[in-house]
Design a protein around this ligand. Structure first.
Ligand code: PBE
Length: 311
């Protein structure tokens, strides 16, 4: 049997290594005679140079990383820029450190995310609309789930909340709570919402359910909340972290029961097209999501077009 977990891990790791190996290909040695930066009079900082013309990305398979790469091709001024891939956690650490030192940084960002509650941040305008508009986060389940595990299916179908709910859970996790703990706390404070998700379902006795996710902060929050609700109904829930492609493929292949992490229409548009015939789309579980390039407020740029091209 194909091991999706291992595939996801290995694929993620090797992509990271490839990305690390082909870092920046600066044109070193062209600047031969003295300091040709000239412009002593210019008070404008060259943010691009300070950042090594690098956008701080997240997991290689994330839609926001593909969009950022596309942006480096479509915006002339991002010519020569690279998107450095790592993980959502590493991006958040880099963002926190840059802010502490008031240094420039451009990250691949998304909403809902706790970073907007912790820091003063802004999305860069995207006149070419490379990052798309408002998105929904949708729930996808494997074919056959409805017949085989109707109560699990119904809970997943009825799961639906708001950005503020998700942010609350994310913030608690960032502040040190375990995902299970934060999920349980949210559930006990929002029993009315949870009751609507379990409405019309019966409790079960240890039925196994496997949910898949990518370890993005937003999906850690949502998946754990759904998992805890299902556990309270008697399900034996496993959460398996994968890379983005394998997350979609595992549901389409029927290896996993479902996921609540489908960002559409733009972010995961390719994955959806490739897998839509082999899975069941249960609709939006959250409205008003968004992706883009995000910078600290103190940076004097408003649009992607304000960033300087690499020399
Ligand atoms: N994200 C969070 C994901 C979807 C959820 C925006 C980092 C992505 O870019 O694929």
């Amino acid at each position: 049997m194909f091991n999706w977990k291992r595939f996801g891990m290995v694929a993620g790791l090797s992509l990271t290594l490839v990305a690390a190996g082909c870092g920046s290909s600066d044109e070193e040695g062209t600047d031969t005679s003295g300091d040709s930066n000239g412009d002593e009079a210019s008070s404008e900082m060259n943010y691009g140079e300070e950042m090594d013309y690098e956008i701080t990305g997240i997991e290689a398979g994330a839609g926001v990383v593909s969009s950022a790469e596309k942006a480096t091709e479509e915006y002339e001024n991002l010519n020569g820029w690279e998107v450095a891939t790592s993980s959502s956690g590493a991006m958040a650490t880099a963002l926190g450190e840059a802010i502490e030192n008031e240094e420039p940084i451009v990250v691949t960002g998304w909403t809902p995310h706790w970073k907007f509650a912790k820091y003063d941040l802004k999305y860069l305008e995207d006149p070419k609309e490379v990052f798309g508009g408002e998105e929904q986060i949708k729930t996808m389940v494997r074919k056959g789930l409805k017949d085989e595990k109707p109560n699990a299916y119904k809970i997943l179908d009825q799961f639906n909340w708001e950005a503020a709910d998700m942010e609350e859970v994310m913030l608690e996790i960032t502040d040190g709570a375990s995902p299970e703990e934060a999920a349980k706390n949210w559930i006990s404070n929002n029993q009315d919402k949870v009751d609507a998700w379990t409405e019309g379902t019966e409790e079960v006795d240890g039925t196994e359910v496997e949910l898949v996710l990518v370890n993005w902060d937003s999906e850690i929050a949502s998946t754990n909340v759904v998992a805890e609700v299902m556990k309270e109904q008697g399900f034996d829930v496993t959460i398996t972290p994968l890379d983005n492609g394998p997350m979609w493929e595992s549901v389409a292949a029927g290896e996993a029961d479902g996921m609540v992490a489908a960002w559409l229409p733009g972010t995961h548009g390719d994955q959806y097209e490739q897998n839509k015939d082999n899975l069941e789309d249960l609709g939006a579980n959250l409205e008003g999501a968004k992706i883009g390039l995000v910078v600290p407020e103190y940076m004097d740029v408003d649009s992607i077009e304000d960033l300087e091209a690499a020399e």
